[in-house]
Design a protein around this ligand. Structure first.
Ligand SMILES: Cc1cc2nc3c(=O)[nH]c(=O)nc-3n(C[C@H](O)[C@H](O)[C@H](O)COP(=O)(O)OP(=O)(O)OC[C@H]3O[C@@H](n4cnc5c(N)ncnc54)[C@H](O)[C@@H]3O)c2cc1C
Length: 363
């Protein structure tokens, strides 16, 4: 067993939230171990063991809101993390240039190239001395002798358990299983997407939306329907799903559409039937542009956490000193960098003055 000190921090979850908060905490001088069940399976030549990254991360489009400042600052400190400027196309409209879309903020629209991000992040963590473990935290952390104990499963080598003073729950839709008492606002959904690893032949698949994405654009609906479904998740009597047609490049390939399925209640539940979900997604895309429905793409689906009121959990967990949560983001790529910074500040200041409550509780 790894025996820890009060100032040692374990971050559970190696997705966007866990990765960035681990960086922030390590930059403040604390010893950090990042434990994640997911792996991108990047070539080991790229760095250390690279256990990092959500196995699901390839599904994410990485589209940011208007605020590129926080990513810019991250890149100043850690090098290229994949931030790319993009042109935004909205359905049914001529191209909107960023200055018209966002007055006073020309070019303020971005996307994180996730292939680049998940290559660069483990190396940045390594430079800061963050220990990276690929393992599943098998049950809720237990408080023992003023420390938290984590039971680990599924790792090739390394300790079967860890003891640390601080634990950050950044496990996305896995957070509730790790701490069932988290606030009821935290929910989870299943999201699916079509993934093309290479661009389709434009003669066979003639679509102006494909052309625009290929030219470096991101295509989004005027108004996404997913957030509205998330908002009414608290009053659902049965599961509901919606399709948001959109396109964004990912590395040398493309992500198309997004289907979101939300169930009543707090539990994620079993993955929905993939064939049914894919057919619904293709049907939804077909209403938008029939060419997209026929694309030779693979369907992929992942669990995603969200909060009913759109306010992510980012702070201490009620009644559990040293336990913190960072999950449930609506616009994760836009929101997480600042939230991770603020949480790292809260954790370090709580260690400097342990008697003072560090802020509003999140669960
Ligand atoms: C198709 C799609 C497109 C999207 N596009 C965008 C977009 O363009 N812009 C945007 O802002 N957001 C987008 N999102 C949402 C965004 O990707 C997610 O909100 C965000 O990636 C969540 O990051 P996270 O780190 O909180 O969780 P995750 O990425 O889910 O990471 C959680 C990690 O925790 C690990 N884990 C879980 N349980 C355990 C455990 N018990 N022990 C150890 N590890 C555990 C998992 O393996 C995983 O690695 C999209 C989502 C989908 C599905």
């Amino acid at each position: 067993m790894h025996r820890g000190r009060p100032g040692d921090v374990a971050v559970i979850g190696g997705g966007l939230a866990g990765g960035l908060v681990a960086l922030e905490i390590a930059e403040r001088g604390l010893a950090v171990v990042l434990v994640s069940a997911g792996s991108l399976g990047l070539p080991t030549a790229l760095g250390p063991a690279i256990p990092l990254g959500s196995a699901t991360s390839w599904s994410y489009a990485g589209v940011l809101g208007p605020d590129l400042g926080a990513w810019g600052q991250l890149q100043e400190r850690h090098g290229d993390l994949g931030l790319r400027r993009r042109r935004l196309y909205r359905h049914g409209q001529a191209w909107l240039d960023p200055s018209r879309l966002l007055p006073g903020a020309p070019q303020a629209f971005g996307q994180v190239d996730l292939n680049r991000f998940y290559q660069a992040l483990p190396l940045a963590l390594d430079r800061l001395g963050v220990r990276q473990l690929q393992a599943q935290v098998a049950q809720p952390p237990r408080r023992m002798g003023g420390l938290w104990q984590l039971e680990l499963q599924g790792q090739a080598d390394g300790p079967p358990s860890l003891q640390v003073g601080q634990v950050v729950l950044a496990a996305g839709a896995g957070c509730r299983a790790l701490w069932p008492g988290l606030g009821e606002s935290l929910r989870s959904s299943w999201a699916g997407i079509l993934h093309l690893e290479a661009w389709p032949d434009p003669k066979r698949y003639p679509s102006r939306w494909l052309r625009r994405a290929r030219g470096g654009g991101v295509v989004l609906p005027q108004a996404m329907v997913r957030p509205a479904l998330e908002q009414r998740a608290g009053s659902l009597a049965q599961e509901e799903w919606v399709v948001d047609p959109g396109l964004a490049c990912l590395g040398d390939g493309l992500l198309v559409g997004q289907i979101s399925l939300v169930r009543p209640g707090l539990e994620l539940g079993a993955p929905p039937d993939r064939a049914v979900m894919e057919s619904r997604l293709r049907q939804g895309l077909g209403h938008f542009d029939p060419v997209l429905a026929e694309l030779p793409a693979r369907y992929r689906q992942v669990p995603v956490s969200f909060c009913l009121d759109g306010k992510a959990l980012a702070g201490p967990v009620a009644g559990a000193p040293g336990l913190w949560a960072l999950a449930g983001f609506r616009g994760a790529f836009g929101e997480v960098p600042r939230a991770a910074q603020a949480l790292a500040d809260q954790i370090t200041s709580s260690l400097a003055s342990p008697r003072e409550p560090p802020g509003p509780f999140v669960g």
